[in-house]
Design a protein around this ligand. Sequence first.
Ligand SMILES: C[S@@+](CC[C@H](N)C(=O)[O-])C[C@H]1O[C@@H](n2cnc3c(N)ncnc32)[C@H](O)[C@@H]1O
Length: 277
Amino acid sequence: MSKQSQAVSLAEEYYDSPEADAFYLNVWGGEDIHIGIYDTPGEDIAQASRRTVETMARRIPDLGPETRIMDLGAGYGGSARYLASEFGCRVTCLNLSETQNDLNREKNAETGLDGLIDVVHGSFENVPADDASYDVVWSQDAILHSGDRPKVISEIDRILKPGGHVTFTDPMQADDVPDGVLQPILDRIHLSTLGSFAFYRAEFAKHGFAEEDIDPMLDQLRTHYFRVGQVLKNDYDEIIKLSGKLYVDNMLRGLDHWVNGADKGYLAWGILHFSKT
Ligand SMILES: C[S@@+](CC[C@H](N)C(=O)[O-])C[C@H]1O[C@@H](n2cnc3c(N)ncnc32)[C@H](O)[C@@H]1O
């Protein structure tokens, strides 16, 4: 099996598992499962996570009913519902996990947004969409799961219309990291590398994209993983009933690695926004 398809099938298996599904539903409430932007370190996770969506949306010019958006790795579709309900945008949610896609479809129907949102099963390494068919490509904390990020960027270039925008967040490594120090984090997500600001800048430059806005916020990654750990410890007995002790204990260890990596300055996170000239 190639490295690319191995990374894709591991991500699919992980997000489809009942343990992961129960964890994400109960800690984030089944909407946004990405790093939040916190006003205060103790803020509610869902509220901070929603602020990330609002912050990204504010930076894209002219969102409206004419805007077609592709969300790569869309999770439960919280961002799509926000973009559809606030701006009337038409959104395609591409996601590997059919467990998440089912809940996404249910929530879209419940909120009456299913006419604006399509939920599609597939991988962002091979996007099932026509060339130049989207105005905006959006992605939150998903591209890290790819075993072939240059391919994902080629796909973004292919499906965007000229003048289109791409905005995304991704847990990344710092531009300069000593060899080997990220191994505990990489092992946990079954990957050999993470992206970095330097990597994404260079890749989008190769495709002729212009940099609109690069906003590093490593402190938010640190706050977020610490906050998720706090919630897990506080509600431990309840959450192990849903996700199992093994899953939760592994998650707690994984979160510690992210927090330590952030404290040492080995990691990076933030909003990246480029446009196709
Ligand atoms: C941390 S979650 C973020 C979900 C969503 N973007 C959000 O912010 O709520 C990562 C998502 O990436 C999806 N994913 C991972 N690898 C993928 C791939 N190759 N193609 C499409 N989606 C993928 C997972 O199924 C999961 O929904």
